[in-house]
Design a protein around this ligand. Structure first.
Ligand code: DGL
Length: 262
């Protein structure tokens, strides 16, 4: 079991931001990544649909004998992780908007969270927000259209800049000093965000924390690969291969991209 790959899925290519963090922390692990781009965005879907799609992806990863599943999608985690954990015996890691560190460090007591509708309207997000953000204002903004533009390969477009500007400006007016990226697609927007955000606003995402958690859970379950050979990495998409190629064009991780029906 220790030599089996780590299985990772997202509604699309955004979860590769988490995939990179995991490989950087765990170089001897192999990975299988599923980009469910055919059904993206998840953010507009119902909890039932998101759960059904998450089960479909998990079943596919299990067919590759994955030893652990990382749900590299905030929307799938906040809506479906309970169902996944109650259906499968292997460890399942999720990702949620990193409200806690932002709430600890904010000086202005105003923290912005940019995420999908599915994440912001979930019960799990409400619980996390209540737990960590008691004396601060959480400015929630739905990033409508951002995932679609990323999936269409339009990160550096004028359309993207204008859309982000329209979401960030009201948050800045409210004096936020931390912006939490609550969607795994959004770390790819950091270069564009840097053109919009003043220097005193810090951006937080959960990628590194998820990688650390994955390592801790592998160790606790005696599932860490004891080998010292660099891992192998295959990414499967049910959408357009060129979108995955484009998003990983500057990655130095050796990988293979394949098309798959799932
Ligand atoms: N990467 C997904 C997330 O973290 C995007 C969700 C979507 O497809 O709308 O939420």
């Amino acid at each position: 079991m220790q030599h089996q790959p780590i299985g990772i899925f997202d509604s699309g290519v955004g979860g590769t931001s988490i995939w990179k963090e995991i490989i950087s922390l765990l170089p001897y692990e192999s990975t299988i990544f599923l980009a469910d781009s055919k059904y993206a965005p998840y953010g507009k879907r119902s909890k039932e649909e998101i759960t059904r799609l998450s089960i479909k992806n998990t079943e596919k990863l299990l067919s590759f004998n994955c030893k652990i599943i990382v749900v590299a999608c905030n929307t799938a985690t906040t809506n479906a992780i309970k169902a996944l954990r109650s259906s499968y015996d292997i460890p399942i890691i999720g990702i949620e908007p990193a409200i806690k560190p932002a709430a600890i460090h904010t000086q202005t007591k105003k923290v912005g969270v940019l995420a999908t509708k599915g994440t912001l309207s979930s019960e799990l997000f409400a619980q996390t927000s209540d737990l960590y953000a008691q004396n601060i204002e959480v400015i929630e903004v739905i990033g409508t259209g951002l995932v679609e533009l990323i999936e269409a390969g339009k990160i550096e477009s004028e359309e993207m800049y204008q859309l982000l500007l329209s979401y960030i400006t009201p948050m800045l007016k409210k004096n936020m000093d931390y912006l939490v990226l609550g969607c795994t697609h959004y770390p790819y927007l950091i270069p564009v965000l840097k053109k919009i955000l003043p220097k005193h606003v810090s951006v937080i995402d959960s990628g590194e924390a998820v990688a650390r958690q994955t390592k801790a859970v592998l160790i606790a379950n005696h599932l860490l690969n004891p080998g010292s050979e660099i891992g192998k990495h295959t990414l499967y998409t049910n959408g357009n291969i060129s979108v995955v190629q484009e998003i990983l064009k500057s990655s130095t991780i050796d990988h293979t991209i394949k098309q798959l029906h799932f």
